[in-house]
Design a protein around this ligand. Structure first.
Ligand code: TTP
Ligand code: MG
Length: 340
């Protein structure tokens, strides 16, 4: 899912009078000053204005456009709402950028068209904005597909049709094809993804090395096995205990905390991770919940060091006169252990 002319569309929501006028967002919004175009709405794009272009060039191409400064705070506020909607539709979501995300919809009921309509309707009703969606067997093709029809587009690439769907597109649409690779490919007579797919893996490896060459060979066929990286991927490990009866005895809480630390460290060790950030969670009898965290200088899996940090974090709660309903312990800030 990729939002349409994102910054410009958010500005049009706040300034409905701008609808139908060319709008350019960039820098401080003054085209006589230095700065580049962040984005332009579709009206301004008709004049050749695009992201990354100097504002001074944009004003020459489209002198009657309205120029506005970048208001990143407002765009990220709207972005958070959109990501919340997407996460509700599929919790397996990779947040890519301010206006983009990958969703794994393989476990979601409904046809691709129905799911896509659900996403578009929810975003439109909660924010007033439109988006474009690409549905495909993998991230590489889905991303490209999301850009094929815009705005308010939907492109579905069925399993087994990826190579065909990509063949007429410019090679730079592939991830990992920047201006340098594009130039090199052009010299080899390769302009489209289809041209690339016609070459042998040996030839591509000869020009770009086995790794990048192998990648180009697979990508040109729409092959991509990269997993979605969800917010859980740099994962955290936690354990918590809800007491049968709310507890106010500090000794008893400390004993439970030590046991939670022991169990979390054991989980972490079996996964081969070391962590830096220790978080203790306390839920009181009135359900009010607080956390206290400590980040260590270095990642560790030492139960002694982590228990000490957990008690230090625990000491930062004001438990006087309160009863505790739940106690939790979480480790995050993981580093993968280097194999010896
Ligand atoms: P894009 O999704 O690339 O562009 P867009 O949403 O404006 O337009 P489209 O309909 O083609 O998707 O980028 C999202 C936002 O990121 C864009 O609104 C502004 C910002 N951005 C920059 O600030 N600089 C840039 O060079 C680009 C490409 C985007
Ligand atoms: Mg976009």
């Amino acid at each position: 899912m990729d939002m349409d002319a994102f910054f410009a569309s958010v500005e049009e929501l706040r300034h409905p009078e701008l609808k139908g006028t060319p709008v350019v967002i960039g820098g401080g919004g003054d085209p006589t000053k230095r700065g580049v175009v962040s984005t332009a709405n579709y009206e301004a794009r008709k004049f050749g204005v695009h992201s990354g272009m100097p504002l001074r060039t944009a004003v020459k191409l489209c002198p009657h456009a309205v120029f506005l400064p970048v208001d990143y705070g407002e765009y990220s506020r709207v972005s958070k709402i959109i990501k919340g909607i997407l996460r509700e539709i599929s919790p397996v979501m990779q947040d890519v950028g301010i206006d983009e995300a990958f969703l794994d919809i393989s476990g979601i009921p409904g046809s691709p068209e129905e799911i896509s309509k659900r996403i578009k309707d929810a975003i439109r009703s909660k924010t007033g904005l439109s988006c474009s969606i690409g549905i495909a067997p993998n991230k590489l093709v889905a991303k490209i597909a999301s850009d094929i029809q815009k705005p308010d587009g939907l492109t579905i690439v069925e399993e087994g049709r990826a190579r065909d769907a990509l063949k007429d597109l410019a090679v730079r649409k592939l991830w990992g094809v920047g201006p340098k690779t594009e130039e090199h490919l052009k010299k080899m007579g390769i302009n489209t993804i289809g041209d690339l797919a016609a070459r042998t893996e040996e030839e591509l490896a000869g020009h770009f090395g086995p790794s990048h060459g192998g990648y180009l060979y697979e990508a040109s066929r729409g092959i991509d096995d990269s997993p979605l990286v969800t917010e859980w991927t740099p994962k955290s490990t936690s354990r918590e205990t809800t007491f049968q009866e709310d507890i106010s005895d500090w000794q008893e809480l400390a004993r439970v905390l030590a046991e939670l630390v022991r169990r979390v460290v054991s989980d972490m060790k079996s996964d081969g991770f070391k962590g830096r950030t220790v978080t203790v969670k306390v839920r009181y009898s009135d359900f009010k919940t607080q956390t206290r965290s400590i980040t260590l200088q270095e990642a560790t899996d030492s139960v002694e060091v982590l228990r000490k940090a957990a008690f230090e974090a625990f000491g930062r709660f004001d438990l006087k006169g309160k009863k505790v309903r739940l106690l939790g312990f979480r480790m995050s800030g993981f580093e993968e252990k280097v194999a010896q």
